[in-house]
Design a protein around this ligand. Structure first.
Ligand code: CP
Length: 320
């Protein structure tokens, strides 16, 4: 693996290798094992054209736990505002010593473009591109789901994959790179996926994707899925014409306290709630659901560091 650009192109063997490596990395950052020397002398550049809290900071923490040097670059406040191109920016960063470029960009395809050219030799990691993909988010979600699936089945092992797990992805699928990356990876790992969305927030062509589609969240929850992944409503990418009202959205597609209580009443103790963050509390998810014992949101964030360590290690250590 030279780059990590998408989960669509990630084979099962590579995906499982990343997840297994992440399991080994999970012990790093503790009092017992603060750091590993694996990437000493390597430089990771976080090149972010869009805002981020979780992804940027966890890539920084991941690189530091592997003893790499980290350079954080935000397009805001840089020479990008003077018109500098992605090519010139990336080449400038490589001249400063970048061995890996972790790129978040508003344009779908920007990381693939950077990786496909001979502009730079550095490894490219897609940290979210437009509405296309967010592969490390899907990997950390799969890592979290794999642990949850082990708990549900009462087995010690983290297991190799998600065969037979039933996962529901709910909300603004149209604008969600998280939904796309998760769908491809979950299918690769053997999970069954159902997308639940307002009709106006499903992309054209979604009916050809390898998943079930529903417009009725309550009906889907009554099947007792193993996990429900709520998506952030991406108001910043939204044309008002697409959008149901906030009240209608919350009532029909939000994970509210009524739906949370219904899971308890139906005895679905195994159903976990995930959200990639940042959450719009009171919109796609209630505080009651987000802070409930079913919610794995902070576990997802913590697992993100282990998964990103695994990705950087496998790309940069030469041990692959
Ligand atoms: N989930 C996610 O990508 O969050 P950030 O935008 O904060 O990185």
């Amino acid at each position: 693996m030279k780059h990590l650009l998408s989960t669509h192109d990630l084979g099962r063997e590579d995906a499982v290798r990343i997840l297994d490596t992440a399991e080994q990395m999970a012990a790093v950052g503790t009092r017992e094992i603060k750091k590993l020397p694996a990437l000493r002398g390597r430089t990771v550049v976080n090149l972010f054209y869009e805002d981020s809290t979780r992804t940027r900071i966890s890539f920084e923490a991941a690189a530091k736990r592997l003893s790499a040097d980290v350079i954080n670059f935000a397009a805001k406040g840089s020479s990008v505002s003077k018109g500098e191109s992605l090519k010139d920016t990336a080449q400038t960063l490589e001249a400063i010593g970048a061995d890996a470029v972790v790129l978040r960009h508003w344009a779908s395809g920007a990381p693939a473009r950077l990786a496909a050219t001979d502009w730079i030799n550095a490894a490219v990691v897609n940290a979210g591109d437009g509405t296309h993909e967010h592969p490390t988010q899907a990997l950390l979600d799969a890592f979290t789901l794999r642990r949850h699936w082990s708990r549900v089945r009462g087995i010690e092992s983290t297991g190799a994959d998600l065969d037979g797990m039933r996962v529901v992805i709910v909300g603004d699928v149209l604008h969600s790179r998280v939904a796309r990356s998760n769908l491809w990876l979950l299918r690769t790992l053997g999970a069954e996926v159902t997308l639940v969305a307002p009709p106006t927030l499903l992309p054209v062509g979604a009916d050809a994707w390898p998943c079930a589609i529903s417009f009725d969240l309550d009906e889907t929850l009554r099947t007792g899925p193993d996990a429900v992944m709520m998506l952030r409503v991406q108001a910043e990418r939204m044309n008002a014409a697409f959008f149901p009202s906030v009240a209608e959205y919350s009532r029909r597609w939000g994970f509210d306290d009524v739906r949370l209580a219904a899971l308890d009443e139906q005895g679905f103790e195994h159903t976990a709630i995930l959200h990639p963050g940042p959450m719009n509390r009171g919109f796609e998810i209630s505080s009651g659901a987000a802070d409930s014992k079913r919610a794995l949101v902070l576990e997802q964030v913590a697992n993100g560091v282990s998964v990103r360590m695994a990705v950087l290690y496998l790309l940069l250590s030469g041990d692959n």
